[in-house]
Ligand binder design. Structure first.
Ligand SMILES: CC(C)(COP(=O)(O)OP(=O)(O)OC[C@H]1O[C@@H](n2cnc3c(N)ncnc32)[C@H](O)[C@@H]1OP(=O)(O)O)[C@@H](O)C(=O)NCCC(=O)NCCS
Length: 196
């Protein structure tokens, strides 16, 4: 897994509207529960979306995949990230998502916790670009805008109005344009492209 060699920061409990939530790096044991949560939170057929084609055969960025558990250990939310490349020059970036919060726990700030913590980790790890497909009215509060993604294209069928981006470093999207594609190895060296 990308980033698997980095030791995860210690889990810190957070209070969301009076409830204690602990954010933890996702482990393989969490996998089936996270998949079940995604099935619950998203419409049936979620894996038919073009974003899943970008994830096929590519490992998620392990250090950025988080689960939120309550004081009883029950899964309340989860977020995953995949590496992608943008345009002919294969600029590296992150694809945020899926992110979901259990229907009984939505509106408590758990989604915000997951997104804010994982973006902080991404920035610390040296990633500079993040894109996602989602509702701008929700993601704007985390710095994602349609404007930043204006020169980017997402594999169809995807509503371009839902393609959002955020730069984690000033000017990270300057001159970055074109189609978003699955992460790939550089053919000359066999090494993964660097993150900036
Ligand atoms: C979207 C989601 C992850 C947000 O998590 P959450 O823990 O419920 O959100 P938070 O508690 O951090 O934020 C709640 C606020 O976001 C708003 N919000 C939630 N989803 C929204 C959306 N799609 N568009 C606009 N605002 C939204 C709520 O109205 C609420 O607003 P308020 O703070 O003014 O009351 C969660 O609702 C969810 O899992 N939804 C189903 C799966 C999904 O759609 N995932 C995102 C795919 S892009």
């Amino acid at each position: 897994m990308l980033g698997a060699s980095r030791p995860p920061p210690p889990a810190a409990p957070h209070a969301t509207r009076g409830f204690v939530i602990r954010l933890l790096t996702e482990t393989p044991q969490d996998g089936p529960e996270v998949e079940y949560l995604y099935d619950l939170a998203f419409a049936p057929g979620r894996t038919a979306l073009s974003s899943y084609r970008l994830r096929e055969g590519v490992e998620p960025v392990a250090s950025l995949c988080l689960v939120a558990r309550d004081r009883y250990g029950t899964l309340a939310g989860a977020i995953r990230y995949w590496p992608i490349v943008i345009g002919a020059e294969a600029h590296p970036a992150l694809l945020l998502g899926p992110v979901a919060v259990h229907p009984t726990r939505q509106g408590e700030g758990i989604g915000a916790l997951l997104i804010a913590e994982s973006l902080d980790r991404a920035s610390l790890a040296g990633w500079t670009r993040v894109v996602l497909v989602g509702d701008e009215p929700y993601y704007r509060r985390f710095g994602f805008t349609r404007e930043t993604a204006r020169a980017l294209e997402f594999p169809p069928p995807t509503n371009p109005d839902r393609l959002l981006a955020r730069a984690l470093a000033e000017g990270a999207f300057d001159g970055v344009a074109g189609m978003i594609a699955p992460w790939r190895e550089l053919p000359q060296t066999g090494e993964a492209v660097s993150r900036t």
